[in-house]
Design a binder for this molecule. Structure first.
Ligand SMILES: [Zn+2]
Length: 314
């Protein structure tokens, strides 16, 4: 039995074929081009599934989809996706009709949590929180070995947890959200305030061939001993610790998995984060929890494939 995992992104849509052990067998991708409309998108998605079917035929048993945004997992509807500009788009039923395969859809961070549960933790931790640290912050929960999506599918919107009263403006329109301090856009906004002569900074610390003022550049600067860059990562760790402390107090997880591009700077933000977690007065849940970082950039699509196999076949 093989599963297809689909990650619908603002620029590209990626498909993977994996077996039950999470081994990658094939992949496909195409331009999402949301402006062509959702009906056209679903047809192109079905065509990509058919392409994979040519090689794997009846072994392909189910499809799992992860989409950034507000997903109704019961109805298979993408209620809102800011990066696609779509509202109330029915994806699951039309795709099932076109392909004849059972299909499930969840928020992409939920699928990353399922991927972490299956692949990183081999199902050994049954209470798990995953934070995807990217431009924004997504999070997903596996509780008692089951994906937890709450009453409207919106559980785990940890990016919008308040970590500062009347704080910085978040992309959601609110103020003081975790994402407004620890999303990559927010980290770089703070860097912009602290680092003068940005052009020279990028020239010195930017990745070769990709001279951009981004978190890679900021990590390289911290590595080279730049005091301002180190301070920004420390602050990031402090706010991440504040958000995580609240989540750990509520959920009492066995394990927290950090993933996404920003997690690559772990060396520079984790000490401050751990220090916040280590200074909590109510100690028990903090003494027990393990913090892991996953460098698997495809946790979301692998997780979607495995989740499809787990739930689409029921
Ligand atoms: Zn927010």
């Amino acid at each position: 039995m093989l599963g297809i995992g689909i990650d619908i992104g603002g620029t590209n849509t990626k498909l993977v074929v994996v077996n039950r052990d999470g081994k990658l067998l094939a992949q496909e991708r195409f331009r999402t081009e949301p402006a062509r409309g959702h009906a056209d998108f679903v047809k192109r998605l079905a065509a990509a599934v058919e392409t994979l079917r040519k090689d794997y035929g009846r072994q392909l048993a189910a499809v799992g989809i992860g989409a950034a945004g507000d997903v109704d997992p019961d109805k298979g509807v993408l209620r809102f996706a800011a990066n696609l500009g779509w509202r109330n788009v029915n994806i699951v039923k039309p795709l099932e009709k076109l392909t004849g395969l059972p299909c499930v859809m969840e928020n992409d961070a939920n699928m990353a949590a399922w991927g972490a549960f299956e692949l990183e933790l081999k199902r050994k931790c049954v209470n798990l929180l995953t934070l995807t640290l990217g431009t924004g912050i997504g999070s997903g929960l596996v509780l008692d070995g089951k994906l937890y999506h709450g009453s409207t599918g919106s559980a785990g919107e940890a990016g919008h947890l308040k970590v500062q009263l009347d704080g910085r403006r978040c992309n959601c329109g609110g103020k003081g959200c975790l994402e407004a301090y620890c999303g990559s856009y927010a980290i770089m906004a703070r860097a912009h305030e602290v680092i003068d002569k940005e052009e020279a900074f990028v020239k010195k610390y930017g990745a070769p061939g990709r001279q951009k003022f981004n978190t890679i550049c900021l990590t390289n600067a911290a590595e080279a001993g730049h005091a301002g860059a180190r301070r920004i990562w420390e602050e990031t760790g402090f706010y991440l610790g504040q958000g995580l402390a609240s989540l750990i107090l509520v959920l009492n997880p066995d394990c927290v998995v950090l993933t996404g591009g920003v997690s690559k700077a772990r060396k520079w933000f984790m000490p401050a984060m751990q220090s916040v977690l280590g200074s909590q007065q109510f100690e028990t849940p903090f003494a027990k929890v393990k913090i892991k970082v996953s460098d698997n950039a495809d946790l979301g699509s692998y997780g979607a494939a495995l989740f499809g196999l787990e739930h689409g076949l029921k």
